[in-house]
Write a protein of this length. Structure first.
Length: 544
């Protein structure tokens, strides 16, 4: 099922087109945004201007054509503070329905806050804990608190950046007096709500919306020297946000137009937004902010799916957003579930049996599991270089709930499952801290050997029994058939694991199998791990 979700905001009009899967998760397959400044001059009960409504209608007509081109099954649309407050908001909604056929629902501030919180919880892994979500719009700011699926405390405040700019930013650059007035106003409005939140346990503070993502990009550049290519799940310190505020507040609008990483269309609103965000982080006593690219439109999708689940699918969500996201990517790439599961099972068995040697923990085990499930998804592009394709798909596959560096590690482990060992000069690998590079080497060694132990893609290894003795680590294979091919392949990939663990590694088979070396079958196999022709022809149908 395909759905288009449209958010008619005070500053921008956004649309996403999503494919809803049988498990009730969704994938964004297209998105569009137009900054129409619908609320400019039309807040606090004043009328929307003719030019703003015309721009909004033009954007929505284009969005409707795009949605139709995808053959969407439904369009869900909401309007927020600008339309909600305007004296002619109803006329605008009637015009939208007449000219585009889109029926728009005006939602309250509290409903907007609830939907945004749910979207952020879908995109950021709170691990069962409580989080704070801040969304800065053109007309309002939403501040919520609660677990991923529910906002236990939720308020919407009339503190959007257009509203603040029109009322408080009267000089260019902003004067110290105006800045103090603005901070006092923000503090007075949110003090009670933020005070209640500060008495709670907060796992992290999450920021959504274009304003926060734009400021977050500048804050990340303050810390790293470059603007991140992908802002999803990037963490920035409150100190970096404060430095961005000071920097922008000291500039004229013309100077802000030349700031690298700042959308020029936000240059006139960036100062008020920076002061607002910095003040909220200070009031929350938050040490850092996690950036999230999901907001109201994703919340509309989640709400629609929840209310219509009986018509979409019979199965419930996977309980873990990280695992769900990994499996979604694997299925999109037409992975071979039996082989992926076998490689993952064997790799985790080796990991668990050698914990005392490698010293890694449950977090690294989870990375190994996900790399095992995804290690062959590069076949979706082509067999040649599929290990590199797998890394690319993992890095750009929209995995949710992961820190950026976690995605990098998983992608590199998948990349190195084939033959090559990590080199310091390799792109991506070289950028990791030294400790993380060691983790990648160790996890890749487990995946490489596990892949070899399913060389025929027939899942013939039923169990691996590791035993450490004076001669090193012996891996006894308990089998369900002729594993000559597996032994031949695995014997060529023992060295990386031996290096990672610091002990010799040997293979044994129970019952004994023909050892590699002289058989015609062994000699006929090509290098690498391409499945045999027979195995590829009899591949079972997996999830698509």
């Amino acid at each position: 099922m395909k759905i288009a979700a449209i958010d008619i905001g005070t500053n921008s009009v956004h649309m996403i087109v999503v494919q809803v899967r049988p498990d009730l998760s969704f994938e964004v397959i297209d998105r569009e945004k137009e900054m129409v400044r619908l609320g400019a001059g039309g807040l606090d009960g004043r009328a929307l201007t003719e030019s703003a409504m015309a721009a909004g209608l033009q954007a929505l007509a284009k969005f409707r054509r795009l949605a139709d081109s995808y053959g969407v099954d439904d369009i869900v649309a909401s309007a927020t503070s600008a339309t909600r407050e305007a004296e002619n908001g109803g006329d605008f909604l009637d015009a939208i329905a007449e000219q585009t056929g889109i029926r728009v629902r005006v939602i309250s501030g509290s409903e907007e806050a609830r939907l945004i919180h749910r979207a952020a919880g879908y995109g950021i892994d709170l691990g069962g804990r409580q989080g704070v979500v801040i969304d800065v719009g053109g007309g309002s700011v939403e501040i919520t608190y609660g677990p991923a699926t529910e906002a236990k405390l939720a308020r919407s405040f009339k503190l959007g950046v257009i509203r603040l700019a029109e009322r408080f930013v009267t000089t260019d650059p902003i004067s110290a007096a105006d800045e103090r007035r603005l901070v006092r106003h923000i503090t007075r409005e949110v003090a009670d709500h933020v005070g209640r939140i500060r008495r709670k346990k907060v796992a992290r503070v999450i920021g959504t919306s274009g304003t926060i993502l734009s400021l977050g990009a500048l804050a990340a550049a303050e810390e790293t020297g470059t603007v991140p290519a992908d802002l999803r799940n990037v963490r920035v310190s409150a100190k970096a946000v404060h430095r961005v505020r000071k920097r922008l507040a000291g500039m004229t609008q013309q100077q802000r137009l030349d700031v690298a990483g700042l959308d020029p269309r936000r240059a006139d609103l960036a100062v008020g937004g920076a002061i607002l965000l910095d003040t909220l982080l200070d009031l929350l006593d938050a040490p850092e902010l996690t950036l999230c690219d999901m907001a109201l439109r994703e919340g509309l999708v989640l709400d629609y799916v929840q209310r219509n689940r009986a018509h979409i699918a019979q199965v419930d969500h996977y309980p873990d957003i990280r695992r769900r996201s990994v499996l979604e990517l694997a299925e999109r790439c037409n992975y071979w579930p039996e082989h992926a599961a076998q490689v993952t099972r064997l790799a985790l068995t080796l990991f668990d049996a050698t914990r005392r040697l490698h010293g890694l923990g449950d977090t690294e085990r989870e990375w190994l599991e996900y790399a095992g499930l995804l290690h062959d998804i590069g076949m979706h592009i082509s067999y040649e270089g599929h290990h590199k394709h797998a890394q690319y798909l993992i890095r750009h596959g929209g995995l949710r709930g992961f820190e950026p560096q976690e995605v990098d590690v998983i992608g590199l482990v998948a990349k190195y499952h084939r033959r090559g060992l990590p080199k310091k000069s390799d792109e991506g690998f070289a950028a990791l801290p030294k400790a993380q590079r060691a983790v990648v080497r160790t996890l890749a060694a487990f995946i490489t050997l596990a892949e070899s132990l399913d060389r025929s893609h027939a899942q013939l290894i039923r169990q691996v029994v590791p035993r450490q003795g004076a001669e090193g680590l012996t891996l006894t294979l308990k089998t369900a058939g002729d594993v000559e091919l597996e032994v031949w392949a695995a014997s060529r990939h023992l060295d990386p694991l031996a290096t990672a663990l610091g002990v010799p590694v040997h293979l044994a088979v129970s019952p004994p199998a023909t050892l590699p070396g002289a058989t015609p079958r062994a000699r006929r196999q090509p290098g690498g791990h391409q499945p045999t022709r027979r195995a590829r022809r009899t591949r079972p149908a997996g999830p698509r």
